[in-house]
Design a protein around this ligand. Structure first.
Ligand SMILES: *[C@@H]1O[C@H](CO)[C@@H](O)[C@H](O)[C@H]1NC(C)=O
Ligand SMILES: *[C@@H]1O[C@H](CO)[C@@H](O)[C@H](O)[C@H]1NC(C)=O
Ligand SMILES: *[C@@H]1O[C@H](CO)[C@@H](O)[C@H](O)[C@H]1NC(C)=O
Ligand SMILES: *[C@@H]1O[C@H](CO)[C@@H](O)[C@H](O)[C@H]1NC(C)=O
Length: 699
């Protein structure tokens, strides 16, 4: 920027090189050491240029607002073919050009015959204040009408530009019908083959108007435009109308040409209409997968199993079928993920576990029962704007995207907790003052424990009038079995693009400027949330908390129990089962797991903790208090419509062995049912199949 008024190139300069590496070595090294030298060197470079030939006559620079031969500069190229593309992309590149951090924006037009020349674009830009970009003209001779042969010409021109400018990011219109744009594609493919990593941001022209947040991203975020993979996981069973409505809303959303895969997870009791619909559904934005469970999983299992991240760029949006989405939901997701996870805030957002679409209006964790919640009121009188998006410890199940690291930690955490709840019950983890402690069949109960213990948070929208990216139609189902009132859960969906206009400052705040709320919606500094979790850990785990600020994404330290208690408990169990050797075996295998304060780190890693071993004990407990333990948690209606969804299949089965697999749902009524489960595995002592049964029991 600083140099720009000192240098004046001729407009439409013909033969030149833009790169310092072409310049005599001695000047190059000086420049590399001392950027000040560049100021001195610039006139010399300028003089030298006329002696250096370039072999492309396709590439003409039309103005010279900025130098870009600085090795530390960051370059973005925007390619424009015709005036329609110019109109669509101009607001974006002009905003990009105002980025502070040494980022230079170069705009390449295809030429007058294609509908937009360099000189005309410069005139256009000058109408806007501060649109500080360099413009180049490929001056293609073929017009819009003759599409053929355009591709190789564009390919050559862009190839040359990539070589000279060395951009990190190229932005253009995704239009496979347009030969010019295919030429850009081809040049980028060629560049990637010679190991130049260039980020391609190719946007369908009709979506460019929803891209005004792009210039707010840091350069690092922009470079990672294609890094996060966002997948959709739908949980459904037998509500085809709901499923259809959800798919319809997904189908009419804006994805910027991203590859977004869709998976429909059908529980065992899926009806023929749902199955048929899932089979025939055409999903145009990525791959479609359909899964159908063999054993009824229930909501907890269906939700939790739907997502296991394959790497740290693998994100899932988890949607029960009675959710409906705003067409802008994906923008909110992508903007948040890129901004907080791939930009300057990456180092700060390690305790963020996801992004909610739902603009929550009710607090469910209040001990006395649900109460209305209005984040704008809670922010009043704080240093934060009333409509600021905020971070909250509450996991959202009514439309949200989850991040991989903490989801993985949650999966491990929940495995261990479920085994304990169904088994020895040595862990006594109660989140103070939270109604979630009474929920049994909710995965959120365990997520809330983890979030509380670690100080984890999720981003929530907070638009005026509760305008939301998702709503919950709250139809009859597992968690709503007697047509509870829908009204408090339904929210107005964002139906016009106020995504930016409705945000304070028209952009997502930086991470450190986001307010943080606890489980009850009270604004609380994040450090205090972390400290609360550490205090609870001291009470419920025999392992001490990690160092403050240490993030392991490994829940083991939260779940340590006292070895003495474990021993006694196991002894008692084994006395009941009269199998001493079993006890030894179990004690041996569970020794060193994570049971005791003295357990060292080496022990932990030497024997990978397999809490599953403990669950084998569970099977020996004939008199399982399992039912009692779990069912009272169900603070929702008593009713059995859930069971109705499951049992009817059974009626038709002639084969009674199948029935045995189903009956355990009723096992709260009859503890002898556990005996019916065991035959299922009775050939193996240490059957991993048993583990498959456990999720069953949590009904
Ligand atoms: C999605 O929308 C397109 C038109 O925009 C339509 O052709 C297609 O059938 C729709 N698919 C579904 C599954 O609704
Ligand atoms: C958008 O939603 C608002 C609030 O729900 C509603 O009043 C308005 O009519 C909707 N507009 C359109 C174009 O659907
Ligand atoms: C288990 O039985 C042995 C004797 O068989 C007894 O000494 C021991 O106290 C019992 N342990 C428990 C925990 O009941
Ligand atoms: C458990 O370990 C002890 C020694 O630590 C050993 O004597 C015993 O045989 C082991 N039991 C089993 C069942 O492996």
């Amino acid at each position: 920027m600083a140099y720009s008024d000192r240098i004046s190139y001729r407009p439409l300069y013909q033969k030149q090189t833009y790169s310092i590496w072409m310049f005599p070595r001695i000047f190059r090294s000086i420049a590399a050491c001392l950027s000040l030298i560049i100021f001195i060197a610039i006139p010399l470079i300028h003089l030298n240029k006329r002696h250096i030939e370039t072999n492309s006559s396709l590439f003409h620079k039309s103005n010279d607002n900025k130098p870009f031969f600085n090795s530390i500069s960051k370059n973005i190229i925007v390619v424009i073919d015709g005036d329609q593309q110019a109109t669509s992309l101009q607001p974006i590149y002009c905003k990009l050009s105002k980025k502070a951090e040494n980022v230079y924006t170069h705009v390449i037009v295809t030429g007058k015959n294609r509908g937009m020349s360099g000189t005309r674009l410069i005139r256009f830009n000058s109408l806007l204040s501060n649109c500080d970009v360099s413009v180049y003209d490929l001056e293609l001779r073929k017009g819009i009408s003759s599409n053929e042969n355009i591709l190789p010409l564009v390919f050559q021109g862009i190839n040359h530009a990539l070589d000279q400018i060395r951009p990190d990011v190229v932005i253009y219109i995704n239009d496979p019908e347009n030969e010019a744009m295919r030429g850009v594609d081809a040049a980028l493919v060629a560049a990637s083959q010679s190991n130049n990593h260039i980020t391609k941001i190719a946007i369908p022209i009709e979506h460019t108007k929803h891209l005004m947040w792009l210039p707010d991203l840091s350069f690092e975020s922009l470079k990672n435009w294609n890094t996060p993979k966002i997948n959709l996981q739908i949980i459904t069973q037998n509500r085809p109308e709901s499923l259809t409505r959800l798919i319809k809303s997904l189908n009419s959303s804006i994805y910027f040409g991203d590859d977004v895969s869709l998976t429909i997870n059908m529980d065992r009791g899926a009806d023929p209409v749902t199955i048929k619909f899932s089979q025939t559904l055409e999903w145009n934005f990525g791959q479609k997968h359909v899964r159908h469970r063999v054993i009824q999983g229930g909501l907890l299992t269906a939700v939790v199993e739907s997502y296991y991240p394959s790497d740290d760029n693998d994100y899932s949006i988890i949607l029960e079928d009675d959710i409906e989405l705003s067409p802008f939901y994906y923008i909110w997701a992508k903007y948040g993920v890129l901004k907080y996870r791939y930009g300057n805030d990456r180092s700060l957002s390690g305790r963020m576990f996801g992004i909610s679409f739902y603009n929550i209006k009710i607090n469910e964790l209040n001990m006395a029962g649900r109460i209305p919640f209005n984040p704008a009121l809670n922010l009043r009188g704080t240093k934060y704007p009333n409509q600021s998006p905020y971070l909250s410890q509450v996991p959202c199940s009514w439309g949200a995207l989850y991040f991989p690291e903490i989801w993985r930690e949650f999966r491990t955490y929940q495995n261990i907790r479920l085994n304990d709840v169904l088994g020895l019950k040595l862990q006594d983890i109660t989140v103070p003052e939270s109604r979630s402690n009474r929920w049994s069949r909710s995965w959120k109960r365990f997520f809330i424990e983890l979030a509380y213990l670690r100080g984890y948070v999720m981003l929530y929208p907070n638009y005026e009038n509760f305008i939301s990216f998702s709503t919950n139609h709250f139809e009859n189902g597992e968690h709503n079995r007697r047509g509870k009132k829908k009204e408090p859960f339904q929210l107005p969906l964002m139906n016009e693009s106020i995504l930016l206009d409705g945000l304070p400052g028209n952009r997502l705040p930086n991470f450190k400027d986001l307010p943080t709320m606890d489980l009850w919606g009270k604004v609380t500094p994040q450090n205090e949330l972390i400290q609360r979790g550490r205090n609870l850990q001291l009470k419920i785990s025999t392992c001490p908390p990690n160092d403050f600020g240490d993030l392991t994404y490994d829940p083991q330290d939260l779940l340590c129990v006292d070895e003495e208690i474990l021993r006694t408990k196991m002894m008692k169990e084994s006395n009941q089962s009269k199998s001493k050797s079993k006890t030894d075996e179990v004690l041996n295998t569970s020794n060193g797991i994570k049971m005791n304060k003295q357990t060292t780190k080496e022990d932990n890693s030497a024997e990978n903790p397999t809490i599953d071993k403990i669950s084998t004990l569970d099977d020996k407990v004939k008199d399982s208090p399992l039912g009692e333990q779990i069912i009272p948690f169900d603070d929702k209606e008593e009713d059995s419509s859930l069971r109705k969804q499951i049992v009817p299949l059974d009626d038709k089965e002639k084969d009674s062995s199948l029935r045995d697999q189903i009956i355990p749902f009723d096992d709260k009524k009859d503890s002898s049912l556990r005996d019916q489960i065991i035959p299922f595995d009775d050939k193996k002592e240490d059957s991993s199949l048993r583990e498959q049964i456990i999720p069953f029991d949590d009904k």
